[in-house]
Ligand binder design. Structure first.
Ligand SMILES: O=C(O)CCC(=O)C(=O)O
Ligand SMILES: [Fe+2]
Length: 324
């Protein structure tokens, strides 16, 4: 039997057996308390039950805007990747040396660490993300061969403000718009460590997204000296952030903020038009370590900021000027 099937037979956790949001702890996002009423907060729908039924998975993606594939990957492989990451972080002096590396305790005054170079140098991370079960998932989902970005957004989030509400397209919209993000935890993420959250139904609110989602964070107006200078310095003219206030975004869009506790072996995948953010890490000085990576049909154009041996990303080489 495949691993996800074994996991789906395990008894449900208490918070899953009750529909009430009252079973969830108080969440904070970007230092705002989220409204915990059951029509404003909830848990992600799990889709491992339909793991081999890609017709059903495509239907759910269209309806929900995301797929939460609980226990789909091999936990031991993901934990082996965590070990490599922990070793690399320790060698960069990012971890508290008084604790085992695998605990991912932050050294004093830690800040958010963005570590694409560690992801590129860790064979086990590359293996989990870009071969085997995960690549097979996207091949099945798209029904053809797939490509992935070479750039991996590997993040270590210390306690404090998490990621604010955004969609991914402004950062990666120069090729197809049908690609998907895979958000993956390297280790278990209880609620206090702050996982990702999805704003329910937001991918269908083009009325609210249309003036935001198609803007490119690396585009600038050549004929506006201030913008031109920022681009030449490799700076953004637009950060891609939708809001700094997650409860207010929910009030505007409707729907619920949806999250979960996560475990090594889970992944959450979603398209370019879904509003998402993170629950703040309020743990006792532990990093939340996760990556986001991207997958698409091989036959569709790819955003060249994110491919190649040294992807240009948001650097000056990735800027695109136009007359506006
Ligand atoms: O991990 C986070 O806090 C943000 C992740 C994210 O924005 C993404 O996966 O697209
Ligand atoms: Fe994102």
């Amino acid at each position: 039997m495949q691993r996800w099937a074994i996991i789906s037979l395990l008894p449900l956790k208490p918070f899953q057996t009750m529909s009430s949001a009252a079973t969830l702890p108080q969440f904070y996002s970007y230092e705002h308390a989220l409204d915990m009423d059951r029509d404003r907060i909830g848990t992600l729908r799990e889709s491992a039950d339909a793991a081999d039924d890609f017709v059903e998975l495509r239907r759910r993606l269209e309806t929900d805007g995301y797929l939460f594939m609980k226990g789909y990957l091999y936990r031991e492989e993901v934990l082996a990747a965590r070990e490599e990451i922990a070793r690399a972080m320790a060698s960069k002096n990012l971890l508290d040396p008084d604790f085992p590396e695998m605990d991912m305790r932050c050294r004093p005054e830690a800040s958010m660490e963005f570590m694409p170079e560690i992801a590129a140098a860790c064979p086990q991370v590359q293996k989990v993300l870009y071969s085997g079960r995960l690549i097979d998932f996207y091949k099945g989902f798209y029904g053809e061969s797939v490509k992935h970005y070479d750039f991996t957004w590997l993040r270590a989030m210390p306690p404090g403000k998490g990621t604010n509400p955004h969609t991914d397209l402004p950062y990666m919209g120069r090729g197809t718009h049908n690609h998907m993000t895979c958000w993956m935890p390297y280790g278990d993420i209880p609620y206090d460590l702050g996982g990702l959250m999805i704003l329910e139904g937001s991918h269908r609110r083009m009325d609210l997204l249309k003036n935001y989602v198609f803007r490119d964070v690396d585009a600038y107006c050549e004929n506006k000296p201030e913008q031109k200078q920022r681009a030449e310095e490799g700076k953004w003219t637009f950060t891609g952030t939708l809001s700094h206030n997650p409860p207010r975004v929910r009030d505007k869009f409707g729907g619920r903020w949806l999250t979960s506790e996560f475990e090594a072996g889970d992944f959450l995948t979603f398209g370019m038009f879904v509003v998402h953010a993170a629950v703040d890490n309020r743990s006792d000085n532990v990093f939340r370590v996760s990556s986001d990576s991207r997958y698409q049909r091989a036959s569709e154009p790819i955003d060249d900021r994110w491919v190649g041996e040294n992807p240009p990303g948001h650097s000056t080489a990735g800027k695109r000027g136009r007359i506006c």
